[in-house]
Design a binder for this molecule. Structure first.
Ligand code: NAD
Ligand code: GLY
Length: 364
């Protein structure tokens, strides 16, 4: 097992990465304020892993209440969130009861938000079971739900007590979900670490095949970068925004296509190609840099061409972005491979040209 720390003063917490962690209640027990937990999961993950996690906690004398939600991005809503509150109130859960998120990013984001709200804040633990959630969403304390007008627009910053990334759980993940996780891993190379980008190029086949050593390295390096960024800027006053490379475009794709039709990682993949293309048009990336980014995204099994939502729809959905300031769109772009910048200075003509090129490449 490898352990990293997200350094946030008295709210610091460990990320444990390894195999068979679901059976290791000793990693959870020190973080419980009382020997009672509610495990929030969904109808897909529950039959796979709920029993194992519950058995290990119960063997340590912990009372476990399961809360099983419907599965899917389309359920990341107020209505589903309320099911968590209904269950907690119905069972008289207390402020010191701990919520455990067992699942992918949808479960993690909703459970974290429920924990931030229930009795004005109860402790929570992240047990991410998708590649995407192990490298990104379980770390850093962004929690929330979608709104029909915008992705992740309702939420809170609320940090977990501990993150347990059990890499064994990835063995049951569909290949399409593995690719979605690879999008966020590629993101870290593009924004932060060009050497890691090269390593990803050399190891993409192994990663897609879930080679144990390769996947452990990719998760560790991704969490290391994310922990470093979040420690500097927990609430996204500045540098943390670079973790959103491709997301302004990607969130528009997700909202525009209907939540769940494009996976979050797929939308981010196509969105990162758009960000690379926009960076080229700003004079920062070369043609070869864009081609390299696109090739890696394709090699990960991700789409590199965005759906044609229509320019007005694109602009409308991108206007519902958390980076918008004083009504002005801001984008994460690349100064070079391995270095990101947040800018409000992309000319509208460049944005429109990027949209035109990426939904229907013209090759100019
Ligand atoms: P997801 O949670 O929808 O999980 C993908 C699918 O895999 C689901 O059907 C799920 O039930 C299933 N699944 C989960 N674990 C499994 C396993 N081990 N075996 C088989 N199936 C399994 O999607 P995701 O990609 O994990 O997360 C995407 C969400 O995360 C989006 O809502 C996105 O907005 C959010 N996100 C949040 C942050 C953050 O910082 N909070 C960062 C990135 C993404
Ligand atoms: N996934 C973006 C962030 O955590 O800031």
């Amino acid at each position: 097992m490898q352990t990293l720390t997200v350094d946030l003063g008295d709210r610091s917490y460990p990320i444990h990465i390894g195999t068979s962690l679901l059976d290791r209640s000793e990693l959870i027990l020190p973080h419980l304020a009382q020997k009672r937990v509610a495990v929030v999961t969904n109808t897909t993950v529950a039959p796979l892993y709920l029993e194992r996690l519950s058995a290990s906690l119960q063997a340590a004398g912990v009372a476990v209440m399961p809360i099983v939600l419907p599965d899917g991005e389309a359920y990341k809503t107020w209505e589903t969130l309320n099911l968590i509150f209904d269950a907690l109130l119905g069972a008289r859960a207390e402020r010191k009861t701990t919520l455990i998120a067992l699942g992918g990013g949808v479960i993690g984001d909703m459970t974290g938000f429920a924990a931030a709200c229930y009795q004005r804040g109860m402790p929570f633990i992240q047990i991410p079971t998708t590649l995407l959630s192990q490298v990104d969403s379980s770390v850093g304390g962004k929690t929330g739900i979608n709104h029909p007008l915008g992705k992740n627009m309702i939420g809170a910053f609320y940090q977990p007590q501990v993150v347990l990334a059990d890499t064994d759980t990835l063995k049951t993940l569909p290949a399409r979900e593995v690719s979605a996780g690879l999008a966020e891993i590629i993101k870290y190379g593009l924004i932060w670490d060009v050497e890691f980008l090269g390593w990803l190029e050399a190891n993409m086949d192994k990663l897609r095949a879930l080679d144990a050593a390769a996947i452990a390295h990719a998760i560790h390096r991704s969490c290391e970068i994310k922990a470093q960024v979040v420690s500097q800027d927990e609430r996204e006053g500045g540098i943390r925004a670079i973790l959103n490379l491709g997301h302004t475009f990607g969130h528009a794709i997700e909202t525009g296509m209907g939540y769940g039709n494009w996976l979050h990682g797929e939308a981010v993949g196509a969105g990162m190609v758009m960000a690379a293309e926009a960076s080229r048009r700003m004079g920062w990336l070369s043609d070869a840099d864009v081609a390299r980014s696109r090739a890696l995204i394709r090699a990960a099994g991700l789409p590199d061409v965005a759906p044609d939502l229509g320019v007005d729809t694109w602009l409308d959905y991108m206007g519902h972005d958390k980076k918008v300031e004083s009504g002005k769109l801001r984008f994460v772009l690349l100064k070079r491979l391995g270095e990101a910048v947040v800018t409000g200075d992309m000319p509208e003509a460049t944005l429109r040209a990027t949209l035109a090129a990426c939904v229907a490449p013209t090759g100019d």
